[in-house]
Design a protein around this ligand. Structure first.
Ligand code: AGP
Length: 613
């Protein structure tokens, strides 16, 4: 889960590499490095810590060159040290950066050691550098670097995206992809490579998306793409659609806060191609989308983390609105078992990035099975998941930089609700008047989400009460149980407070034993048919002295529960309540983390896009 960048041009590329690494920091941030090729050979700089540390070192060293590569790391093999930081080299003749995991690295390491190669780092990446060098020494024509790289890559097992430069070819930049994402940036007289188009938007929005098995060689004027056997491949240039807005926090202190407050806009944009004035636009499913899905009896939803929670909420909608039986599973489990695929079952995977290794592996696995079709729900138009799923559905949240997902989650929910209603209509469960109701509800949603955000200053104050707590329980019922799970995930990932979510009715079956004066219990209490049941559950908590913090529908009074705080939120009723109820929970996590002083946009040990298993 690292970020890589490369550039070749007729000017100094170091500022481009550094800016790109800043933009890739969301993928990992424990160490970073750059290497450049010039007439004097290869020069590099590596540092431990965030990219700003590297930037300082590079400026001090006056590093410059017309062709170079850069890397921001999230450690998998070996600790975050300068030696383990990328780029890695071999005999000072090449420098290489890598994202992914080489599964047969130990075997290759041993083989290379018998040929006299000495390893200085603990990384699997150094194996690739030496392997390319080994093939270079074996090649009759050292000039044919593409063939040399193809041969080396042919020996690798696992996932990789790499960028390589050579000391004696100072304007050539090589790249390759298998499993991990890599995009080529196209601009007149300059060539770029990066793990994510976001890193290149500073210089171009014209991208060629590489496919698995592609090997590319770039000079300032040329781009050649082949497969691993040397056969030419054509990857059309596509304009990246999100615009260059992500690198800017505006007046917000953190990307996460900016992204929380962007949700009304993100939801509006997501709805723009899916809901008309008075009808649901099922055209968004593509030409044959609806006819493929109309008669399915079951749906398997697979995703990770926050996207998994979106799937759990959607189960309630698909079952109650469209009468489709749904199972929801985390991708890392699904991909390694032998699931029963019943007749008339579709597969839906959800991923903000569309590059999550487990989710992609699950999609590929599902494509081998007897599903009616596969659907990919994603926020990144050019992502691998979008390219590989049969039916593509896009959220238009805009680039999400904060590691803690916020606007991606609520826009996923919007699309999943829309899809459940589209299917309901296609199956004859939604008449014209009901459809109009749904459409009006969706159009009103951005304003309701904005209103929920207005509780921000009250939540900021109450967050002080959680700062010193080591643990926290989240409770919800029905489709607000996954909302509570998402609230707990948000809190734990950015504030490092241990948080668990339970369906409130489960409390007395075990977790109630944890409740005392030291245990904050955060509840989501919408105005729904489970409210009275939830109230009894809350009584169980307050009777044990638990510190209740309730987010309740404006139309609900929970005074009898002796809550320490009850925050009333408008719009926490009806089908779309899970979307509205998510906002105060995101704000709560944000402010607790802010008061604790953690690195909110880049929490420890995590990365935005988990492109390794
Ligand atoms: C969300 O806050 C997390 N950082 C994480 O759980 C994330 O949702 C998960 O890794 C899945 O990512 P994806 O949606 O890009 O596939």
């Amino acid at each position: 889960m690292c970020g890589i960048i490369g550039a070749t041009a007729n000017r100094d590329v170091v500022p481009i590499l550094i800016e790109g690494l800043h933009r890739l920091e969301y993928r990992g941030y424990d160490s970073a490095g750059v290497a450049v090729a010039s007439e004097s050979g290869l020069n590099h700089k590596k540092t431990v810590g965030q990219v700003s540390v590297l930037e300082h070192a590079v400026t001090e060293a006056k590093l410059s060159g017309h062709c170079g590569i850069g890397h921001t790391r999230w450690a998998t093999h070996g600790k975050p040290t300068e030696i383990n930081a990328h780029p890695h080299g071999s005999s000072e003749s090449l420098a290489l950066v890598h994202n992914g995991i080489i599964e047969n690295h130990s075997v290759l390491r041993e083989k290379l050691m018998t040929h006299g190669y000495v390893f200085v780092s603990e990384t699997d990446t150094e194996v690739i550098a030496h392997l390319i060098h080994f093939h270079l020494t074996q090649s009759p024509s050292a000039e044919d670097r593409l063939t040399v790289i193809q041969k080396a890559l042919g020996e690798l097992e696992g996932a990789y995206a790499i960028a390589v430069i050579f000391a004696d070819m100072a304007d050539h930049l090589f790249g390759a992809r298998m499993g991990s994402p890599l995009v080529v940036g196209v601009s007149s007289g300059e060539g770029y490579l990066a793990s994510d188009p976001l890193a290149l938007l500073q210089v171009t929005d014209q991208m060629r998306y590489l496919e698995n098995g592609d090997v590319v060689v770039l000079t300032p004027d040329e781009c050649t793409i082949t497969d691993l056997k040397g056969k030419q491949q054509v990857r059309e240039v596509e304009r990246f659609q999100h615009g260059d807005q992500a690198a800017d926090k505006g007046s917000y202190r953190h990307f996460m806060l900016k992204e929380i407050f962007e949700q009304p806009r993100a939801i509006k944009d997501t709805l723009s191609d899916k809901v008309g004035q008075s009808r649901l636009l099922d055209e968004a499913l593509g030409v044959d989308g609806l006819s493929m899905l109309k008669d399915i009896e079951q749906l398997h939803i697979v995703a990770c983390g926050t996207s998994f929670h979106a799937g759990l909420v959607a189960k309630y909608w698909f079952e109650s609105k469209a009468n489709i039986a749904v199972s929801v599973e985390v991708a890392s489990e699904y991909r390694y078992r032998d699931p029963c695929v019943p007749e008339n079952c579709a597969f839906l995977c959800i991923s903000q990035s569309g590059e999550t290794a487990d989710t992609l592996a699950a999609l590929r696995y599902a494509k081998e099975k007897e599903y009616v079709t596969t659907i990919g729900l994603c926020n990144m138009p050019g992502a691998t998941l979008v390219r590989e799923a049969d039916i593509r559905l896009l959220t238009h949240a805009g680039i999400e930089v904060g590691v803690a997902s916020t606007k991606a989650f609520t826009t996923q929910l919007v699309v999943l609700f829309w899809l459940a209603q589209v299917m309901s209509k296609a199956r004859g469960h939604l008449n014209k008047a009901q459809e109009l109701n749904v459409v009006q509800g969706l159009h009103a949603l951005p304003d309701q989400v904005a209103l929920a955000g207005e509780q921000s200053s009250m939540i900021e104050k109450l967050a002080f009460d959680l700062v010193d707590k080591p643990h926290c329980l989240f409770l919800g019922r029905g489709l607000h149980y996954p909302v509570a799970m998402e609230g707990a995930l948000k809190l734990k990932e950015i504030s490092y407070i241990h948080a668990e979510a339970y369906p409130a009715g489960e409390l007395k079956h075990g977790p109630l034993a944890l409740v005392d004066e030291q245990m904050p219990v955060i509840t989501v209490a919408p105005d729904d048919h489970l409210l009275e049941k939830l109230k009894s559950n809350l009584q169980e908590v307050s009777a044990r002295g638990g510190e209740l913090i309730n987010f309740v529908s404006k139309s609900v009074s929970l005074d009898e529960t002796d809550a320490k705080h009850s925050i009333q939120v408008e719009g926490m009723e009806g089908d779309l309540s899970p979307i509205v109820a998510s906002i105060p929970l995101q704000l709560l996590a944000y402010y607790v983390a802010l008061h604790k002083g953690t690195d909110i946009d880049r929490p420890r040990n995590l990365a935005k896009s988990v492109t390794v298993e």
